[in-house]
Design a protein around this ligand. Sequence first.
Ligand code: NAD
Ligand code: WQD
Length: 339
Amino acid sequence: MAILVTGGAGYIGSHTCIELLQAGEEIVVADNFSNSNIEALFRVKKITKKDFNIYQADLKNKEEIQKVFNENSIDSVIHFASLKSINESIAFPLEYYKNNIIGTLNLLDIMKCHQVKKIVFSSSAAVYGVSETTPIAESAATKPINPYGRTKLIIEEILRDLYNSDKEWSITILRYFNPNGAHKSGLIGEDPNDIPTNLMPYISKVAVGQLKELKIFGNDYPTIDGTGIRDYIHVEDLANGHLKALNKTKVTTGVATYNLGTGKGYSVLQMVKAFENAAQRTIPYKIVGRRQGDTAISYANSSKAEKELNWVAKKGIDEICEDTWRWQKNNPYGYKSTK
Ligand code: NAD
Ligand code: WQD
């Protein structure tokens, strides 16, 4: 029996494929490659020395997903496939609602047809919006402030309704904080299509000389140095969280929601310093105004995942920066050989 990994060619999906294969699981990947490159999956095969089926399939197209279920014995799903840019979701909300929500509805329909009722879903700290409390526990209010975050919250609610209608479902919702880092092999990592909007990919493009300087969004927050504080979690820790979540999903029914974060917060300037140490080069930066929608401090209370999934993040920001830098310097143009 195999686990279907939707969006498995993407950043977090590809790292999770490695974790699953190394734990002896069988997988099948379905991805439309709208924000990824099949080369990532070839590298997953190289790292793990294991083979698996890859489908170019778009969740918006039911026939394409149906084919994946018809041709494989699937017993559970890890559902990463989603569009994830906050700015893009504000500019193109209909695309985001269509891709993320209709894609998920199609997937759930077909799972139901095939009596596959186990799913781990990639949600986000974006569902909390600008939280009034830190650390943020799962019980905090959910008030997303952009269409991307709303797609995640709507899908969470769809999943809860589904479980209420049929108690055979086993659903685990994972809300990630700030995933970063890369596989320690230096072979896979984050490969943004455009100029990155997130901090760490931006810093690493500055370090490799493809961008001139980092713009730091505000140094007047009530934090240790005035810059925003976030919970940076290593993508390999996150991948391990999926394995733990899947193991629980296999043996229980119900719907459970977990934060995946480290429980520690670091400022933008602390991240710049950590990256400079890892790369042994200076990151030029300039302080600019605050970015709309940003909060001063956001980090997770992940004690529920620790207690119920037996999961904790083990890697810190030094490893995040070292691994990001190894990936970036070995693959200056990501999975493409040139710009
Ligand atoms: P990513 O863009 O690298 O991966 C998503 C993958 O899904 C891509 O390979 C893309 O091609 C695929 N995809 C998108 N729409 C699809 C569709 N309709 N059909 C088939 N495939 C489709 O993103 P990621 O960073 O790996 O994120 C994975 C998941 O985690 C997403 O659901 C994202 O919303 C969530 N998440 C990410 C972050 C983050 O900062 N990276 C934080 C919180 C939550
Ligand atoms: C981190 C810090 C910025 C870029 C986002 C989504 C969240 C989740 C993870 C998907 C902040 C500062 C950033 C830059 C900067 N994604 N910054 N200059 O906004 O915490 O979280 O990604 O689900 O939902 O909101 O992450 O990396 O963009 O920002 O100063 O060029 O770095 O202000 O303090 P964020 P980020």
